[in-house]
Write a protein that binds this ligand. Sequence first.
Ligand code: NAD
Ligand code: LMR
Length: 329
Amino acid sequence: MTRNAVNVTVTGAAGQIGYALLFRIASGHLLGPDVPVKLRLLEITPALGAAEGTAMELDDCAFPLLEGIEISDDPNVAFDGANVALLVGARPRTKGMERGDLLEANGGIFKPQGRAINDHAADDVKVLVVGNPANTNALIAQAAAPDVPAERFTAMTRLDHNRALTQLAKKTGTAVTDIRKLTIWGNHSATQYPDIFHAEVAGKNAAETVNDETWLADEFIPTVAKRGAAIIEARGASSAASAANAAIDHVHTWVNGTPAGDWTSMGIPSDGSYGVPEGLISSFPVTCADGTYKIVQGLDINDFSRARIDASVQELAEERDAVRGLGLL
Ligand code: NAD
Ligand code: LMR
């Protein structure tokens, strides 16, 4: 059976994540090896030439699944008919810029993009925000798209999840495939909380297997939470291929489901679960099936975890209040 092509819009297409992402989307890693895709690339006007160059390279790969590429600097064009929207382009923090300036600059990007998604995307659109501050940018876009179900706006914490998998596998001398049920809670920022109390390593409880609270508090959590900064320090640029890989993982899981007996982490609008105020876009443990996700319920949260989840959620609430103060919500 021939399937209809899925329209995938990527913003910031000429950036470094875009360069690592587009070739994998076109080769079938985002949606599956039998799903044709049409790419719609959004860039700012001065970067259109670079986006054209990337499109030429995509053409030169002769990907069997790639049915077309359109490039635009107009969100109303780029999001037209979008089934999947990957919001990667964002305003990076520059010298002397305060947090409020960054939120305001990103409001200028994510508000019109949210509106364009509202007015032009396909009814089944799924949105992943990668551009930082990802959770709050997702909130801004969502607020500008009242006709799109709120749960379609998600923020990426899969990179943090993947980072945590590898750190735990290294500590326990196991393979990442031996680890299940790890959770990233909260914000994609240094306050995030990677939780191993419900995780399993080769079928046994991870926290009990590790049995080392000093490692947990002083090594594991800070290594995962500050990994983005460590990459910037080492590479002189923020993570790109690993971020693109995580974006692929996030959407692939959302569309194709989580394996039985496991879950993943996604930044999603809170329904009030685990004491996270309703509406905040916060990372939770989720299972996915049939193109939808559900928060894993009923986990016992110990005092160690509670304090860390609350701190990250508090930061999210402050970011929300700041963008509300700027009139972006
Ligand atoms: P980059 O600077 O290389 O590329 C960003 C691109 O976005 C540029 O080409 C720029 O022209 C474009 N852009 C800017 N404003 C735009 C707009 N209004 N519409 C369309 N395009 C626009 O940056 P990058 O390394 O690709 O990173 C992109 C974002 O992803 C950054 O905000 C970064 O902090 C974030 N990031 C998030 C995670 C995560 O885990 N959530 C991980 C890594 C990076
Ligand atoms: C990352 O986690 O690698 C990035 O979000 C870091 C950054 O600030 O771009």
